[in-house]
Ligand binder design. Structure first.
Ligand code: A3P
Length: 321
């Protein structure tokens, strides 16, 4: 099996080397454009390998998002909900692992171990655009949850994340204006951002029972309400007894930005420890966890341009941010 995998990886590498390429954002890996989206080689290879080999099961729940829109939060909320009878407040793995390490990531973990089911939970995460999802995910009828966020906050969060990553790698950070133009043109991890969101939005209209479409802003506004919807959608509804006992509120508290950000593991631990360039300090994943922080970074003109692009891209789709 390993030999087959090596042959496949080699053919993916060759194909990737023929794609349009951009060296940008000050990151060591270039971005390559494949079927309308920009990805770095390790994740693109992982995507291609998942497309060929990943076997979804009808009970799987796939957490989908573009980077920096609230995936870690969604992972912690869904993980805590699904495992609420196996662990309590003092035994939950969320106290000792960062949220990205409790849910396997399809285009990375799956590519390494083709049967990534060792955690015994039905959750799997991906940043892949809807059009990139392995066929078996659609055919199996498993459930998908997508989270999106205001493009302005997404951009500001991404810029900070990459700047912190650059710093940890001792590479030159990219200035905000330059990063802004790249994001505006759609040249960022898994970008264009709007196309990523629209792919899932349209799919959620076609299959509302299979795809739950969430917005970071709404989740912040009433986390308990949305957590109940998420639990119900996943097939793990809170019973009335649990609701009386305040179980949903407890999970919301456990997964709050303040709580997770304050945990030792998220301050000093490492995500993908030992994986070379792909390892990162956990603390760079947590920043402010607020809505509207873009106001502190973007000029009025930048905000106007991004809003205008959003309006233009989402026109006629029924989606607004
Ligand atoms: P900011 O950079 O605006 O603070 P992702 O997990 O998809 O990479 O998204 C990262 C964003 O979610 C960051 O936004 C991060 O701070 C925020 N975040 C992380 N954990 C959170 C939580 N528990 N609640 C709310 N936001 C959270």
């Amino acid at each position: 099996e390993k030999q087959n995998r090596d042959v496949l990886q080699k053919s993916f590498k060759e194909m990737i080397s023929t794609l349009p390429k951009e060296n940008c954002w000050g990151i060591p890996e270039a971005l390559y454009q494949y079927q309308g989206f920009w990805l770095t080689p390790p994740f693109l290879q992982g995507a291609l390998s998942a497309q060929q080999q990943f076997q979804a099961q009808p009970t799987d729940i796939i957490l989908c998002s573009s980077p920096r829109t609230g995936a870690a939060w969604l992972k912690s909320l869904t993980f805590a909900t699904i495992t609420r009878t196996s662990y309590n407040d003092s035994t939950t793995p969320l106290l000792s692992k960062m949220p990205h390490d409790v849910v396997p990531f399809m285009e990375f973990d799956h590519a390494q171990f083709s049967t990534n089911r060792h955690l015994g939970i039905p959750l799997l995460a991906t940043h892949l655009p809807y059009s990139f999802l392995p066929r078996s995910i659609i055919d199996s009828g498993c459930k998908l949850i997508y989270i999106c966020r205001d493009p302005k906050d997404t951009f500001v969060s991404l810029h900070h994340f990459i700047a912190r990553y650059n710093k940890s790698q001792n590479t030159q950070p990219v200035q905000l204006d330059e990063a802004f133009e790249l994001f505006y043109e759609g040249v960022n991890w898994y970008g264009p951002y709007w196309d990523h969101v629209l792919g899932y939005w349209k799919a959620s209209l076609e299959h509302p029972d299979k795809l739950l479409f969430l917005k970071y802003e709404e989740l912040i506004e009433d986390t308990v309400l949305y957590l109940k919807k998420i639990a119900e959608f996943m097939g793990y509804p809170f019973s009335s007894e649990e609701q009386q006992q305040g179980v949903p509120e407890n999970i919301v508290q456990l997964c709050s930005f303040e709580n997770l950000n304050g945990l030792e593991v998220n301050k000093t631990g490492k995500h993908r420890d030992g994986q070379g360039d792909l390892a990162m300090e956990n603390n760079i994943f947590f920043r402010k966890g607020k809505v509207g922080d873009w106001k502190n970074y973007l000029t009025t003109e930048m905000a106007r341009r991004l809003d205008q692009r959003t309006l233009q891209k989402f026109r006629g789709s029924g989606l607004s941010v």
